[in-house]
Design a protein around this ligand. Sequence first.
Ligand SMILES: C[S@@+](CC[C@H](N)C(=O)[O-])C[C@H]1O[C@@H](n2cnc3c(N)ncnc32)[C@H](O)[C@@H]1O
Length: 382
Amino acid sequence: MPDFPLKLAELLDVKIEKLSFGGSGIARHAGVVIFVPFAAPGDHLQIKITQIKKRHAEAEIQKILSPGPDRSQPPCSVYGHCGGCNWQHLTYESQLRFKQEIVMDFLKKFISAESRVLPIVPSPQPLHYRHRSQLKFKDGKLGFFKKNSHEIVDIDRCWIVEESLSKQIPQMKKDLQQKNAALAEPLTIELTPPNGSDGFSQVNRFQNENLVTATITALTKNPLGSDATFYDLYAGSGNFTFPLIDKAGKSRVIGVEMHAGAAKMAQGRLRRMGLSPKAAEFYNSDVGLFLRRFPVKESDAVLLDPPRMGCSEEVIALLAKASPQSIVYISCDPAALARDLERLWRDSGEKYRLEQVQCFDMFPQTHHVETLVEIRREPNRN
Ligand SMILES: C[S@@+](CC[C@H](N)C(=O)[O-])C[C@H]1O[C@@H](n2cnc3c(N)ncnc32)[C@H](O)[C@@H]1O
C-alpha cells in the first residue's frame, strides 16, 4: 500500500472524536480513520499504529496526554488486557449516553414525529451483573481470553460476574491446577450458580426483569381478539412466553424455538407449573420453516427475539406478507435490527411504523446494548 499515509508502529498524537459501533474510540489523521480500543471521546492520546487496513487503521494507546471528560478509573486490575470488558474506562452515566446515541444513529431513519423514544434503562447493577460466564483454563491460568487471541489472562476475581460466582474463582483455579494435566487446548469452565442454570438465556437477570415487563406491556397494549394468537418467535425456554400467558386473555400463545433442549425445557416447565398444554404451545422448529407452514394472521401480534445476526430475509418477507397488527422486536445488534426494519418496510410497502423504541443496558462495562422496538401496522392499512 504505497500511498497509505500511515506506517505500522508509527507514533501519533491524536484527539478522540467519538466512539464507534464496535466500542473503540475514533481518531483521524491525514484523512484516515483510526480505531483505538479503550479510548474515550475527548481523550488526547499518544497512539501507536498496530494494523493498517484498506480504508482505516488500528492503534493502541501509548500514553494518555489528557483524559476526556467521561474517562474514569476502571475497577479491574486486568482491564485493558482481558477480553471480557471494553468500556470500564468510561463513567457509567456516559456508557448509557453513548449506547443510546449509537442505537439512535442506526434507527433515526425509522423514527417519525409519532414515534416515542424512551430513555435507556440502566442496569440495576452496573457491576457484578452476570449470572453465568465461561472461563478458560490452561497452563495453570484461569480467566478470559485476551482480545483477538487465545492467550488466557489469569484472574482471581471478576467485576462483571455476580459476587458469589467471583468468589468461586480462586478455589476453582486451585482445584484445576492440582489436576496438573498437560492440555493441548484450553478447557472451557462454566461459571454458574451452585444450583446450576435453569436454561434461561439472558445473562443479566436483574435487567431481564425490566426487559420482560416492558416487552409484555408493549405486546399486550392493544388487546387481541379471542381468535388471535400471540407468537413468541425465538422463544428459548420461555423467558417471555410464561409471563405472557397471564396477560393473553382468551388469545392463543405459541412459542417457537429451534434448540430442542430449550423447547423441551419450556414444555417441562409448563407441566411442572400445572398449566394446561393449551396455555402455551411450544414448537421445536426453525422460525422460517414454521411460518411457511403456519402463516401468521393480520389480527395476531408477534414477538421477535432472534440471535445476534437478526432474522433471515425469508422470515421478514413472510411476516411482511402476513402483516400482523403489531411486532415487538428485541435485538442485541442495532445494525442487524436496522437491516431487518429496512427489509420489513420494503417488503410490506411501508405498511408499518415505529411506535416506540427503548434501549436496555443488559451488558454494562461493554459496548453491547439490547434494544426493544414496537412496530405497528399503520391504521387503515391491511
Ligand atoms: C436471543 S435468544 C432469545 C431466547 C429467549 N427469547 C430468551 O429471552 O431467553 C435467541 C434464541 O433463538 C433461537 N434460534 C436461533 N435461530 C433460530 C431459528 N432459525 N429458528 C428458531 N429459533 C432459533 C436460539 O436457540 C435462542 O434460543
